[in-house]
Design a protein around this ligand. Structure first.
Ligand code: HEC
Length: 200
């Protein structure tokens, strides 16, 4: 049910870093493909596990699953694909998902866009990592679809007392409730290392 919403692809923008010459465009294209594929895999896997956990034991059971599953899948996928993938948001449930400066800037501008009626789109940029290192960064916005997500991130009346109790215990700093369909929930963030720039 949610799949079409969650997987609706944004328009990819590409902006090479201005000061340094861009790496071979084929490297960038390959990295972009890997970033998109990893983001889609993580999104699909988490949704499938969430649906299965809710079907098996309701949302209270799924909170337990979610906690380990999201972090574990992100880590495993990062290791197997040779990149770094994570979920981030301005209002986080787990503080480890807090955005870095690059992610924050994207999230703030996406949120401002939504307020003025503009759908956020995927951002892709090549950035320097210090020295001659560089990486491709991709941010895919997650617009809140409502539906099952509301059982754990929705308004107070959408979250059962049982789930609220578990969230309060596990996530004392939880700021990830009160979302309504169409709000910016967060983003999938992927970093793909690129080959170092060849010495001239
Ligand atoms: C069963 C409860 C539950 C449901 C349903 C649920 N989530 Fe979450 N969500 C969590 C938990 C728990 C975390 C914290 C995971 C962690 O520790 O990284 C979380 C974290 C997140 C994060 C990472 C940022 C943060 O707040 O830490 C995003 C993004 C997110 N959820 C989006 C969604 C979306 C979109 C849906 C609907 C497909 C959804 N969630 C459904 C429980 C849930």
């Amino acid at each position: 049910m949610l799949r079409h919403l969650l997987l609706s692809a944004g328009i990819a923008l590409f902006a090479a870093s201005a000061e340094e010459s861009a790496p071979a465009s084929s490297d960038v294209a390959a990295a972009k493909g890997r970033a998109e594929a990893a983001a889609t895999t993580l999104q699909r896997t988490l949704l499938a596990e969430l649906e299965a956990a809710i079907a098996a034991g309701g949302p209270a059971n799924a909170v337990e699953v979610c906690r380990d599953v999201a972090q574990r899948h992100s880590k495993e996928l990062s290791e197997s694909e040779g990149l770094v993938i994570r979920r981030t948001a301005l209002r986080t449930r787990n503080p480890v998902n807090a955005p870095d400066a690059f992610e924050r800037e994207f999230l703030e501008s996406a949120e401002a866009g939504i307020r003025s009626g503009k759908q956020p789109t995927t951002k892709i940029e090549v950035v320097g990592t210090g020295g001659r290192g560089r990486e491709l960064r991709m941010l895919r916005p997650l617009v809140f679809p409502g539906g099952i997500c509301s059982q754990c991130h929705g308004t107070a009346d959408e979250i059962s007392p049982e789930v609220r109790a578990i969230l309060a215990e596990r996530y004392p700093d939880d700021r990830a409730t009160g979302f309504r369909p169409g709000d910016l929930r967060g983003a999938l963030s992927v970093r793909v290392p690129l080959a170092a720039e060849a010495t001239p």
